[in-house]
Unconditional design. Structure first.
Length: 450
């Protein structure tokens, strides 16, 4: 089947949704998403979202971001993110996002590891769900936006260095493929040509490539595999963040995150002998390395996280989701420490973009975790990700609005696409996976020798 829009956004996390909200309302926008719209990492974010509280905090916030990033951050991008944060938060509140407030109605701030001051807004420990569900509700109200769930981008349509749309596979239950009788894959999905003069990749991270990750398993970095095939520039793909604290379990599946704000609010890490072995408020990579070293020394499969210093009411209020999930797993965090282990969590590298989220290919943008504008350097500071995703998604939308009239589009191009090469998606995605992992290894070696 063929489907035409002005802009295609691939992904329904905060980056994709906010981009849709900020695009001109006279453009026909299509969002495709691999699973249900709610099944994205944005929905899982616990700790919160950073904001510049006041001018006095600018230097400290900037320095904390750089220090966590090993000073490899793109400084202009960091400045844009911090300077845009207050307006962004005001916009989220205007959309209906409910951040925690004190008895006078003033916003409350929490603190996480590597932050020198409390500057994180939150909604209990389900901040991501609060923001993403609000944005999704807003997008659903827009008459110019269509969302197709269970539709997976498998490639882009390219001509002479310009992007002209995507090839998507519609699952049997996806409304995208329902009315049609096009070519099918060998696993029962319809191959769809989705034409558009502007494409935005908002495909999230790469946790699905790892055995232990806090990410949804369907987030396999597909955009990166496609980028490698089309010669679209990547940046620092080996910069992968390991989160120090996920709940240890023998079971397979997504690792459950124990937010850094637990340590920010007083949670401590203990070894098998009940002794502390690291400053818990160091950046994530430092704490993860200390845990790995401790596990190697003692042969233990995990270390322990104790919330004994956090008042019970605060645990049950601020960390309700963590409290309830741990309880279901057999641990009462108000009474006993829980076993924790590091797991893959975040992707600092990605598709190389400029400060307007433009990739090295014309008419192709990348936003959110899939992209890399250098904000995070070699290691992300806690709670900078939602902010970065939103700030730079808006910049992509504004840029698209400005350049749309000048985009190039060839309506006959789709006629020449050989759809037969998409008939075996398992092999295609296996090839993407292999090429991404090889690129991660290649760039890791380069960084090691620098
Ligand atoms: C457990 C957890 C807790 C976190 N806590 C915080 C926090 O407190 N603060 C913070 O700032 N950050 C946090 N993060 C990180 C943050 O949530 C993410 O970096 C951010 O939400 C990424 O948003 P996104 O829109 O780029 O991607 P996502 O929200 O992951 O969305 C990606 C979308 O792309 C779609 N997609 C992927 N591939 C394809 C394809 N081939 N075709 C079609 N669709 C595709 C997916 O289906 C999904 O809809 C956390 C992350 C996790 C996992």
């Amino acid at each position: 089947m063929r489907y035409k829009s002005d802009v295609i956004i691939v992904g329904s996390g905060v980056a994709g949704l906010y981009c849709a909200l900020k695009l001109p309302s006279d453009l026909a926008i299509t969002i495709i998403t691999k699973a249900d719209p709610e099944e994205c990492d944005s929905w899982l974010a616990q700790g919160g979202i950073c904001v510049l509280r006041n001018e006095e905090d600018y230097q400290a916030y900037y320095e904390d971001t750089l220090r966590a990033g090993h000073y490899e951050n793109d400084r202009a991008s960091v400045d844009i993110m911090i300077r845009s944060s207050q307006e962004l938060i005001e916009d989220l509140v205007a959309y209906g996002v409910d951040f925690e407030r004190d008895e006078n109605g003033e916003l409350k701030y929490t603190r996480e590891g590597a932050h020198s001051a409390p500057r994180i807004l939150f909604h209990q420990d389900v901040t991501g769900k609060e923001i993403t569900s609000t944005l999704l509700d807003q997008v659903k109200k827009l008459p110019n936006v269509t969302i197709f769930a269970h539709a997976t981008m498998v490639d882009i349509i390219e001509t002479e260095g310009h992007c002209q749309g995507v090839i998507a596979l519609a699952d049997p239950e996806s409304p995208l493929g329902l009315a049609s009788d096009g070519l099918m894959t060998n696993d029962g999905r319809e191959i769809c040509i989705m034409e558009a003069p502007e494409v935005v990749w908002a495909c999230g991270g790469i946790g699905g490539l790892y055995e232990h990750s806090t990410n949804w398993p369907h987030l396999t970095g597909d955009a990166l595999g496609i980028a490698l095939q089309h010669g679209i520039r990547l940046r620092d793909p080996d910069y992968v963040q390991i989160h120090p604290t996920t709940l240890y379990t023998e079971e397979k599946g997504r690792s459950f995150l124990i937010s850094e704000s637990v340590r920010g609010e007083g949670g401590i890490l203990l070894n098998d002998k009940g002794e502390r072995f690291v400053d818990e408020l160091q950046p994530r990579d430092v704490v993860s390395q200390a845990i790995f070293a401790e596990m190697e020394k003692t042969g233990a499969k995990h270390v322990w996280l104790s919330m004994e210093n956090i008042p019970e009411e605060e645990i049950k209020d601020h960390f309700r989701n963590i409290y309830e999930t741990c309880l279901k797993a057999g641990y009462d965090v108000t009474k006993e420490p829980i076993p924790v282990v590091p797991a893959q969590h975040y992707f600092m590298g990605g598709v190389d973009v400029n400060s307007d989220s433009k990739t090295s290919m014309q008419q192709l943008f990348a936003v959110g975790e899939t992209s890399c504008n250098g904000v995070h350097g070699a290691n992300r500071l806690a709670s900078n990700s939602l902010l970065e995703s939103l700030v730079f998604a808006k910049r992509a939308a504004v840029r698209i609005g400005k350049e749309f009239a000048d985009t190039k589009f060839d309506p006959d191009l789709a006629d020449s696409i050989d759809l037969a090469k998409y008939k075996d998606p398992a092999s295609l995605f296996a090839a993407y996976r292999e090429s991404i992992l090889a690129e991660i290894e290649r760039t890791k070696k380069i960084h090691e020798h620098q």
